[in-house]
Design a protein around this ligand. Structure first.
Ligand SMILES: C[S@@+](CC[C@H](N)C(=O)[O-])C[C@H]1O[C@@H](n2cnc3c(N)ncnc32)[C@H](O)[C@@H]1O
Length: 284
């Protein structure tokens, strides 16, 4: 697919392959799991009626729709993503009359309408760039002077039980994933405060603030332990660790996963600690 910067080819392939497919299939559950993050992000972004906004790595569109509700009919939200499968889901879910538009493209090189937006948001969609400074320089072209950037990203894997505990359970049965570069690209690439400040500062953003936020995410999306186990094998680091394993290994890993997650069960929920940054900055 010729939508991206060649350095991002692996990520673009992943999000157009099994990764994006599983997110699209599990969209309803994922949006329920991640809803507390959107709420926090939208509140911190201070979305105003009539604003033009961009949602980077919009996936199946949940955050795009939530921002669109706030900007109202006089505003506009562009959702940008590299994943055709996730964008197809977003387009299918778009409420009639919502002031939204979706585009297939890599935030590193996409030609945004210059200085057209007053706000750029992202829920977990800006940590997959091979050249992050270049990506944020390009994202800045979309913003007009004094435009705001607001995104959510994960802090350290170890501080995110929702990902760390399932991964350790998987590692009892499958080899460890290859070591990733310290700053990604991957889900945890923006765990370091210093790195985020460096990337955004080099890209020309100012008044950069990182607010640590800890919350519990119901990884079962209200569907109990079986749903949490299925989710852990479909999305997140454990899903990558078990990819392609035969049925007997998966059976054993499923038993371990159930045991590992059972301590977090509360009624129909499996509430696991998550640790994020809400990052805000200004394009001067
Ligand atoms: C963890 S998912 C989050 C999706 C969505 N924001 C949500 O919260 O449901 C990361 C998203 O970033 C997108 N993505 C990855 N690299 C990208 C890039 N270079 N440009 C635009 N989107 C990208 C992926 O396709 C995927 O939809």
């Amino acid at each position: 697919m010729d939508v991206g910067h060649f350095h991002n080819a692996d990520q673009i392939a992943y999000w157009n392959g099994p990764g994006g497919q599983r997110w699209a299939e599990r969209q309803a559950q994922q949006d329920r799991v991640l809803a507390p993050i959107s709420e926090l992000l939208i509140e911190r972004a201070g979305v105003q009626a009539g604003e033009r906004a961009v949602d980077i790595g919009c996936g199946c569109g949940a955050t795009t729709f939530a921002v669109a509700e706030k900007v109202g009919p006089s505003g506009h939200v562009l959702g940008l993503d590299v994943s055709e499968a996730m964008l197809a889901r977003a387009r299918a879910l778009a409420p009639a009359d919502a002031p939204v538009e979706f585009a297939l493209g890599d935030a590193t090189v996409h030609r945004f309408k210059a200085a057209s937006a007053s706000l750029v948001v992202s829920r977990l969609g800006v940590t997959f760039f091979a050249a992050p400074v270049r990506a944020f320089l390009n994202i800045r072209t979309a913003l007009r002077s004094e435009g705001r950037l607001a995104f959510a990203c994960w802090r350290e894997l170890r501080d995110n039980d929702w990902a760390f505990i399932p991964l350790q359970a998987a590692y009892e049965h499958v080899p460890k994933l290859p070591a990733v570069r310290p700053h990604g690209p991957d889900s945890f690439a923006f765990a370091s405060r210093e790195w985020v400040e460096h990337v955004l500062g080099e890209a020309g953003f100012r008044r950069i603030r990182l607010e640590p936020c800890d919350l519990d995410l119901d990884i079962a999306a209200g569907g109990g332990l079986d749903s949490a186990v299925a989710g852990a094998f479909a999305i997140g680091p454990a899903s990558r660790a078990v990819a392609g394993q035969p049925a007997d290994v998966m059976e054993a890993a499923t038993a371990t996963m159930r045991k590992a997650l059972s301590g977090y069960v509360k009624g129909p929920t499996v509430a696991m600690p998550a640790s994020l940054w809400i990052v805000t900055a200004i394009d001067p």
